[in-house]
Design a protein around this ligand. Structure first.
Ligand code: ADP
Ligand code: MG
Length: 238
């Protein structure tokens, strides 16, 4: 569960070609990081995988099934955004469980999953608090917890740490790495931070202008960047 195949995906907004033919195969359990300059199409590609945008052409295949016309809620995916969009009037516990409740999951099952996720994310002391009573880092952990309780086979993260200060970024990054080891779920993670990419990724995908410049393990890209562009993003100085 959790394999992903992106086959010649193109996406245009009006006359603007944002994704110009993306091919990528992600194995079950892999941690893949997308890097590239602002505007190169990272978020658009995630949104196409999630089903929040339709590709103009090409296919998205999850677990061997073409999901191009499957609605987002039926793709087995959970997405975590840069802005955490929690409900201010709900407790941490209810923020984490709301999606399950709306999907008709029995209360006992919701409680069990929220307890497991909050233990993994060190959120147990905060379950009865409201978002305004939490730090930025805690709020982002709640947003991650909200994804975890859905038990997706594929997690999509869109720059989840960029609103946090440097110390919190390191902590939350380590928690995401730990989560990946524990859950063994597939994770696709967008960042513009080289350190995040190098430390989290099994493989890094370097995007530029709606195309893939290079795909490889962090040290592979670092030591053997395919071109000056990749070198500028993650390569060693040369
Ligand atoms: P990134 O996440 O890499 O910074 P995005 O995927 O957000 O890049 O955006 C890629 C390009 O697509 C940008 O030029 C952006 O303006 C454009 N774009 C994204 N979403 C839309 C949209 N809904 N309508 C029109 N243009 C869009
Ligand atoms: Mg983006």
């Amino acid at each position: 569960m959790g394999s992903l195949n992106i086959e010649n995906v193109k996406k245009s907004f009006g006359q603007v070609d944002v994704l110009k033919g993306i091919d990528l195969d992600v194995a079950d359990g892999e941690f893949v990081v997308f890097v590239g300059p602002s505007g190169c199409g990272k978020s658009t590609l995630l949104r196409v995988i999630a089903g929040l945008e339709d590709a103009t052409s090409g296919r998205v295949v999850i677990d061997g099934r073409d999901v191009s016309s499957t609605p987002p809620a039926k793709r087995g995916i959970a997405m975590v955004f840069q802005t955490y969009a929690l409900y201010p009037h709900l407790t941490v516990k209810n923020n984490m469980g709301l999606g399950l409740k709306q999907a008709g999951t029995p209360a006992a099952e919701i409680d069990k999953r929220v307890a497991e996720a909050s233990a993994m994310l060190s959120l147990e002391p905060y379950l009865q608090r409201r978002p305004a009573e939490l730090s930025g880092g805690q709020r982002q952990r709640v947003a991650i917890g909200r994804a975890v309780v859905r038990e997706p086979s594929l997690f999509l993260f869109d720059e989840p740490l960029s609103n946090l200060d440097a110390a919190l970024r390191v902590n939350t990054r380590l928690e995401i790495a730990q989560l990946h080891r524990r859950l063994r779920a597939t994770m696709i993670y967008v960042t513009h931070d080289q350190v995040e990419a190098m430390t989290l990724a099994d493989r890094i995908v370097v995007l530029n202008g709606g195309r893939i410049e290079q795909i490889g393990a962090p040290m592979e890209l670092y030591n053997s960047p395919a071109n000056e562009f990749v070198a500028g993003f993650i390569g060693s100085p040369r």
